[in-house]
Design a protein around this ligand. Structure first.
Ligand SMILES: [Zn+2]
Length: 195
């Protein structure tokens, strides 16, 4: 009967170091993933998603929020802004075109803030229903600008659509002849939001 030492099982210093390294790496890997995977956040929306810093002019094409608006809406806004400037009123963009990802982020934040999807829907549309994602809506500031447009917007085909959003304007070309249509109390009353 041979009784050879099982040298292949012998654990030398190098192998011990290797095992230790693997064990530590595995622990770190598991710790990172267990701690972070449930809430791995999507990257924050940026300029290319339509984010604008405060005070951006409606004439500033460097921002996709402005440059990706429907050209006819943008032209009407700029005509109005030129006339308003003669009255000492400047138009700035709080929001214009938005990517679907940015719109989804706003919707998720609204659901968190308002506590329910039903209440959030009064304020924020989905990526498929949002006029902002389509490039068909602009949120303007400051209040002097929206006051100016509330009185004169129809002449440019620019209309406030929702009674609860004094800043949100869309192009309604026939408003030049007929005046702006009656506003919806809020977006949930807008048939376009039902799809
Ligand atoms: Zn809006």
């Amino acid at each position: 009967m041979t009784n050879r030492a099982p040298e292949q099982i012998t654990v030398g210093p190098n192998r011990r170091l290797l095992i230790l390294t693997v064990a530590v790496s595995l622990s770190v890997f598991l710790a990172i993933h267990l701690l972070s995977s449930p809430a791995a956040p999507a990257p924050a929306p940026a300029k290319d998603d339509g984010v604008v810093p405060p005070g951006v002019s409606v004439f500033d094409d460097r921002y996709p929020a402005v440059s990706k608006l429907d050209p006819e809406l943008l032209a009407a806004i700029r005509r109005a802004a030129e006339d308003a400037a003669r009255d000492g009123v400047e138009f700035t963009v709080n929001s214009g075109w938005r990517s679907a990802a940015y719109q989804n982020r706003l919707l998720r934040e609204a659901v968190a803030d308002y506590g329910s999807e039903a209440e959030a829907a009064r304020w924020v549309a989905t990526e498929t229903t949002s006029a902002h994602v389509a490039g068909d809506a602009i949120d303007l500031g400051p209040m002097a600008a929206t006051d100016w447009l509330a009185q004169r917007g129809a002449a440019y085909g620019l209309c406030q659509i929702y009674a609860n959003e004094s800043w949100h304007y869309e192009l309604v070309p026939e408003a030049v002849r007929t005046g702006c249509p009656q506003m919806y109390p809020d977006p949930t009353h807008d048939p376009r939001m039902q799809s």
